[in-house]
Design a protein around this ligand. Structure first.
Ligand code: KG4
Ligand code: ZN
Length: 358
């Protein structure tokens, strides 16, 4: 059986990612232009800055992926590109460039849903059959979904307010972790993980777990954020930690925050597994995929693994660099759609959908 080769293009948020992936699960070439460090200066993603950087980098990102793959674009079978959800003006850069390439080289375009791609890419690295549960935790999203097939997702729960990565990023900024040289170049969540790891008293700051009495699978992180701020303000005033000064309990505060986020997600997973089991939605071998940038967090992943294992589930995640936004997952989703026999037509800029649900 001949395997197809797909070029994937991702520009939904602040990373310009491209990759050439085959149906045999080989990543022939990839490129990633990350804007993280730049955005740190703006205190979050600035959409206009993100758009401009995508525009600046997209051509080079594509040629770098092709060059590393030692492949001519004529030998590509199709171009997969993220059309939703994400920042409108960022998505437009990827879609416009994909359409230009498709027209110039006469290639089909495969439209990709960014969150579906996060979930499906785990199948590139592990033998995972449909259906499986996926918990997608990132800077912009928090979703629990039952993946029934390549193009069939049942949404089980979502966040009622913030995303976990967003809370971690804001907390890291508020604690001024960037001023600690070892953490200066790390994403917020990653800096918090490193600080929490060296905490000597992870129980110092109590955080109530949100929605414990709720029987659905939804998330809420705003209460966690409020509790965090209250703890921080109290310690800042105790130690008169103004300006660049960091509270001495910073590691313990990071640990407390990380624990409650992990526990909250674990509780929701428990609900989801119970719901699926009760309604016979999962097969004999039950799998939970954890993906999105926050899935890189080893403590959170281990907590979720323990809870999943107690429920008789196999808990898996893609490798770290494939958990965060990248072109590989977009190309892989294209492969999966081709294999499934999905048909594609030319896509217009109107098909871009920044707020698409699953
Ligand atoms: O999936 P992603 O690259 O982009 C979005 O779609 O949002 O996720 C980025 C998020 C950021 O909030 C970042 O702080 C978080 O993932 N992150 C982590 C870790 N590494 C990245 N959060 C917790 N622990 C980590 N090790
Ligand atoms: Zn993402």
């Amino acid at each position: 059986e001949p395997s197809s080769t797909i070029l994937g293009i991702e520009t939904s948020c602040d990373d310009t990612g491209c990759a050439v992936v085959t149906g045999k699960k080989d990543v022939l070439g990839e490129s990633l232009f990350s804007q993280n460090v730049l955005h740190l200066r703006y205190g979050g993603v600035n959409p206009l800055v993100a758009r401009d950087l995508h525009r600046e980098n997209i051509e080079q990102a594509v040629s770098e992926a092709l060059e590393k793959a030692s492949i001519n674009i004529n030998s590509i079978d199709a171009i997969a590109v993220t059309i939703k959800p994400g920042l409108l003006i960022s998505l437009q850069i990827g879609v416009k460039y994909a359409r230009y390439l498709a027209k110039t080289y006469q290639k089909p375009i495969i439209p990709i849903h960014h969150m579906e791609a996060h979930a499906l890419v785990a199948r590139m690295f592990h033998a995972i059959e449909f259906p499986f549960l996926a918990v997608l935790i990132s800077g912009g999203h928090c979703i629990l979904t039952l993946v029934k097939n390549v193009d069939n997702f049942l949404l089980l729960g979502y966040t009622l307010d913030n995303a976990p990565g967003e809370v971690l990023d804001k907390a890291a900024r508020r604690m001024k972790l960037r001023n600690i040289p070892a953490y200066s170049k790390l994403a917020g969540g990653k800096a918090i993980e490193a600080a929490a790891k060296i905490s000597k008293n992870p129980e110092l700051f109590p955080f109530p777990i949100p929605l414990v009495k709720n029987r659905d699978c939804n998330f809420s992180f705003s209460g966690i954020q409020d509790t965090f701020i209250r703890h921080l303000l109290k310690k800042e005033s105790e130690h008169n930690a103004v300006g660049d000064r960091i509270i001495p309990e910073v590691n313990d505060l990071c640990a407390g925050l990380q624990i409650v986020i992990a526990e909250h997600i674990a509780h929701r997973i428990e609900r989801a597994v119970l719901f699926c089991t009760k309604n016979n939605l999962l097969k004999e071998s039950k799998t939970i995929v954890v993906a999105g940038g926050v899935a890189c967090n080893n403590f959170i992943f281990e907590t979720l693994t323990n809870v999943g294992n107690l429920l008789d589930c196999n808990v898996l995640r893609p490798p770290s660099k494939v958990c965060t936004d990248n072109g590989i997952m977009i190309a892989w989703n294209g492969i999966e759609k081709l294999k499934k026999g999905c048909q594609f037509h030319d896509i217009s800029l109107d098909s871009i959908d920044p707020k698409a649900p699953l």
